[in-house]
Each structure stands twice: as C-alpha cells, then as structure tokens.
Design a protein around this ligand. Structure first.
Ligand code: F6R
Ligand code: MG
Ligand code: MG
Length: 364
C-alpha cells in the first residue's frame, strides 16, 4: 500500500509568550482532523513542540496534495481564531498569506512529506524542533546516514553497506544537488557544514532508491523577506531493515550540537532532546528543543506515538546541553552566541549606523 506521511506545522499562537502551546489549540486541530479521518486522511496525530502546532497525517493522495494542504491551512486559521479569542501571543504568526492558494509551501507553514510502499513493518520517527531553523538536521542526518561511528549498520549490515544519497538544497540560490555517500562525503561536508544556506532535503537508499528521510527546508525570513519568526523545522526518518535502526537514528542527539534560533532568532544554542512534556523553551526563550515521536504504520494507521526521548539514557545529553547553554549565555551579546550580523533576524544595525554616520572617519 502506497502511503503518504505528511507533517505540516505552524506557530499560530504561543502560551505564554513563545514558550509553549495552549491545549485549546490542539483540541481544535484534533476536532477538525477527526472529521476527515477515513475520508481525506487515514489517520492523524496532533502534537506540539514549544509554540509550534504539529499536524502529522497519513493518506494516499501523494505529496503536495491540494486538499491535504488546504485542510492543514484551514486548521491553522481555525486555531488562530482560538488563539485570538484568548489573546495568546503572536496569534497567526506563521500564516504569511491572506488566503490559501493550492499549497502551503511558501505561505509560512513548514512541511515534510514522503510517499512510500508500506513495508510489512514500518517504524518511523518524526523529529520536531523549536527555537531553531531548517538546517538543524544537517548534522544528525549526516551522522545517521553517513557516519559509521554513529551507525554501525553502515559497516556490518549487508543491506546498508552501499550507503545513502543526499539531496542538498541551496536555499539562497534555489538550486539542488545529489551527493553519494560514502565516496563523496568530503565534497558534501563542504556544504552541509554551512547549514544556514545548504540543507539536506532528503536521503535515499543507494541500492533501491527508497526514500529514507525528508526534512522541511522552509526559511520564513526568505519567504517573507524579513524576520517573522523562526522556521522551527521537522524531519521524518524511516527506520529498521535496510534503514538505520531506531537506536542509530536517535544516537546523534546524545551529542547536543549548536544551532541557530535561540532568543529573538539571533543566537546559537545547544539543541536539547526532550520528551514532549519538557518541550517548553523558557530559559532565555530556549535553549532550542527537539522531540522525537516514533510510530509503527499499519495500513496508514499511526500506531503510537512513543515519545522516544522520554528515556533516562538522554539525561546526560540534556545535562551537557545545559552546560553548553551556560557557556553560550556567558557571552551575552557577543558572537559566537549572537549570530553574525548578516544572519541576525533582529538587528538595530541600520538605525545605529545612520545615527552615527557623521562620526565615522577614515583610519590614517
Ligand atoms: C525565538 C522566539 C523568541 C522571540 C522573543 C521576542 O525564536 O520566538 O525568542 O523572538 O520572545 O518576541 P517578540 O518579538 O514577539 O516580542
Ligand atoms: Mg511564536
Ligand atoms: Mg516556534
């Protein structure tokens, strides 16, 4: 059975500030999706990470389907109404267009979708992050699908030994390229190491071309032409069999890496893996969080979720993330905690420069 798994997300109002989400928004989303279950969609799960509403849906209509995207857009609009009634913070923040026009891509929400023939057993993990941006998945996806120190299956599993190919997008130029791992990893890392511009969009099994992972690459600032909030990305990974095992897929998150997007979208901070109940970034509006929900698909039905980071084995990663958070915070307004000027989402640079224009003189 060919199934499409769609994850569509948006921030349509925070509670309190940008730290979390009011239950009423998720209730409203569930109510609407329940009506479409068995019609437009097979199954759904609604969750949130920080202030981002996550709609996880299965159906048989393929990617970029107008009806499915319209459903997501309508839900975000309905939830915005709920957020407005309660005067929640930043109601409708990510809805950048006035009306739906065929596809939510380019309209504000983030999207990750993949279609595949469901295997006899189909375990998938959906990663969702807050207070960071598209590109945050480059490092973990590289580790999962190309690094034998993370994924032993690349070395000892016969059905993975040929490696994976990576579709990398240049989001500034609107171009893409496919790299083959392992033989092109040095070329590929030139780009993946610069995740604000080059982002892994998808990963494929080399031997059979099967889709293994897909990530959202929407950059709100590029869509809107100005700062309107963070991209807070999502990523779907298929696991087991000829894909990395569940434990290999989760393993990169034991080493928290620094990502952009903390406070005012303008700071680097560690990505902390947490269970859903702890995905409420409150310290300096952070540090950035990632949740991982695991599902078994059964004819498109979502059996789950299992909250994969709800495991004491990730306690040490959380502790390291807190230590890194302290180290980064101690820099205050200095780089490398603060983003470089050209990457900053908020900046007073133009006003300050204008005010001081006459006071700059050449250095002899
Ligand atoms: C970070 C984030 C917050 C806000 C900050 C200011 O992505 O969402 O750190 O940038 O709370 O928010 P505004 O400008 O809405 O008052
Ligand atoms: Mg928000
Ligand atoms: Mg957010």
């Amino acid at each position: 059975m060919r199934i499409t798994l769609s994850v569509i997300k948006a921030d349509v109002g925070g509670y309190v500030g940008h730290s979390s989400m009011h239950e009423a928004l998720m209730e409203r989303a569930r109510e609407i999706l329940e009506k479409e279950k068995g019609r437009l969609i097979i199954d759904f799960h609604v969750t949130r990470v920080g202030d981002d509403l996550q709609l996880i849906m299965t159906h048989t209509r393929g990617e970029d389907n107008e009806e499915v995207h319209r459903l997501a857009w309508d839900i975000f609009e309905e939830c915005t109404k709920v957020a407005k009634e309660m005067k929640l913070y930043g109601a409708g923040q990510d809805l950048l267009a006035d009306a739906f026009s065929g596809n939510v891509r380019g309209m504000g929400p983030g999207v990750a979708e993949m279609s595949f023939e469901e295997r006899p057993s189909e375990p998938v993990i959906i990663f969702m992050a807050d207070k960071t941006s598209a590109g945050a998945w480059n490092l973990p996806l590289y580790r999962i699908f190309a690094d034998p120190f993370n994924t032993i299956g690349l070395v000892i599993a016969e059905n993975m030994h040929t490696g994976f190919s990576f579709e990398v997008h240049d989001v500034k130029e609107g171009k893409k390229i496919i790299f083959n791992a392992p033989e092109e990893i040095y070329d590929m890392l030139v780009f993946l190491g610069a995740p604000t511009r080059y982002m892994i969009k998808a990963v494929y099994h080399r031997e059979n071309g099967d889709i293994a992972a897909v990530a959202s690459t929407q950059r709100l600032a590029l869509v809107a032409g100005r700062y309107v909030g963070k991209d807070d990305p999502v990523c779907i990974v298929r696991t087991q069999g000829h894909f990395p095992a569940v434990g290999e897929v989760l393993e990169p998150f034991t080493k928290p890496h620094l990502v952009e997007g903390w406070m005012r979208g303008s700071h680097y901070g560690p990505l902390m893996p947490v269970p859903v109940r702890d995905a409420n970034p409150s310290r300096f509006d952070g540090p950035p969080r990632v949740i991982a929900l695991g599902f078994q698909l059964s004819d498109g039905k979502l059996i789950g979720p299992r909250d994969m980071f709800d495991d004491p084995a990730f306690d040490e990663a959380r502790r390291v993330a807190n230590i890194l958070a302290d180290i980064m915070r101690s820099h205050g307004p200095f780089e490398p905690h603060r983003l470089p000027l050209e990457e900053m989402e908020y900046t007073t640079m133009p006003q300050v420069m204008k005010k001081l224009e006459g006071r700059f003189s050449p250095i002899e």
